[in-house]
Ligand binder design. Structure first.
Ligand SMILES: NC(=O)c1ccc[n+]([C@@H]2O[C@H](COP(=O)([O-])OP(=O)(O)OC[C@H]3O[C@@H](n4cnc5c(N)ncnc54)[C@H](OP(=O)(O)O)[C@@H]3O)[C@@H](O)[C@H]2O)c1
Length: 281
């Protein structure tokens, strides 16, 4: 039975992982921000010291992309220094780290899916802080999995899919951007990949991309959500090229799944995963 610590367990990915336990092969311990702040090295050490964890899943992050433009210090403290603290404690207690990162480490200038060996070049503070976190993990540790993922949604917390559903249920009309292309990813699918890494326990260390298959725009993503919810309300959504925002977003952030496919066969199309989630909500 593998012992696993999950950090940031009250976020949408952490909560999804919690939903999917108990699992016979894993003993999971969940720590929310209140239980264990990843910026507090002493508390991290205390939690790891006698616990004998095999794996750590880091779901903790500063994820407010707009907020990071003005709260740069907070974003770096959590996404970069926090990741460094976790990497150090994992090294000290020989724990394998699964660290979640983002498609926003890329600038979006490429027109083909980003591979795990493409050079990152983030264009907003959130992306810069997440990239710094990745670099610290790679510098401090050998036994790590960095999983870059994109456009997460789940039953929990705040996410685009839940926002669209609640606004459509309130009969609101919505303008959604067509100016960015990427891939929506269900936290259920991502959790399955994370469990696969731990349960097989033999994937080569390094960077992996994880998303659903295919790509779309936020506008087409919204339409797919509404088609599954109530197709009669499709005319409530209209396209707009872009909105003025503080944070620049990559115009194209599709992740190549070629490497991931070699180790994990159960990749779903983004449309199928959206259908499953809308049914659950
Ligand atoms: N959401 C997306 O679309 C997306 C896309 C690509 C990659 N990712 C990455 O995927 C991972 C999971 O994201 P998510 O959507 O599940 O994020 P989320 O829902 O915002 O959850 C993040 C969690 O981290 C916690 N946290 C923040 N600061 C912390 C600290 N100092 N110590 C401990 N916990 C702390 C938060 O607690 P509080 O709520 O109490 O602050 C929250 O529960 C993150 O690494 C994120 O960067 C997300």
């Amino acid at each position: 039975m593998k012992k696993v610590i999950v950090l940031g367990s009250n976020g949408q990915l952490g909560m999804t992982i919690k939903d999917l336990t108990p699992r016979e092969t894993l003993e999971l311990s969940f720590f929310s921000r209140k239980d264990l702040d990843i910026t507090d090295r002493n508390k991290l050490t205390k939690a790891f010291k006698h616990a004998d964890f095999d794996y750590c899943i880091n779901c903790a992050a500063y994820t407010n992309v707009e907020g990071a433009e003005t709260n740069i210090e907070d974003a770096f403290l959590i996404n970069a220094e926090g990741a460094k603290n976790i990497a150090k404690v994992c090294k000290a207690y020989q724990v394998k780290l699964i660290h979640i990162s983002t498609d926003y480490v890329f600038d979006g200038k490429k027109l083909k899916p980003y591979t795990t060996i493409d050079t990152p070049n983030p264009i907003n503070e959130y992306g810069k802080s997440k990239l710094q976190g990745e670099l610290y993990v790679q510098e401090k540790l050998k036994e790590y999995y960095i999983i870059r993922t994109s456009w997460l949604y789940s039953l929990h917390g705040k996410n685009f899919l839940k926002t669209i559903i609640s606004k459509i249920k309130n009969d609101e009309t919505l303008s959604i951007t067509t100016g960015e292309e990427g891939t929506p990813t269900s936290c259920l699918d991502l959790s399955a990949f994370i469990f696969h890494i731990i349960e097989t326990d033999k994937l080569p260390y390094g960077i992996y991309n994880f998303s659903a298959k295919g790509s779309t725009t936020w506008f087409r993503f919204a339409k797919e959500i509404v088609r599954n919810l109530d197709a009669e309300k499709l005319d409530k959504i209209s396209p707009v090229e872009s909105f003025k925002t503080l944070a620049k977003r990559p115009k194209y952030s599709v992740l190549s799944l070629n490497k991931t496919k070699r180790y994990f066969e159960e990749l779903s199309t983004w449309q199928k995963s959206v259908r499953i989630m809308v049914k659950k909500i």
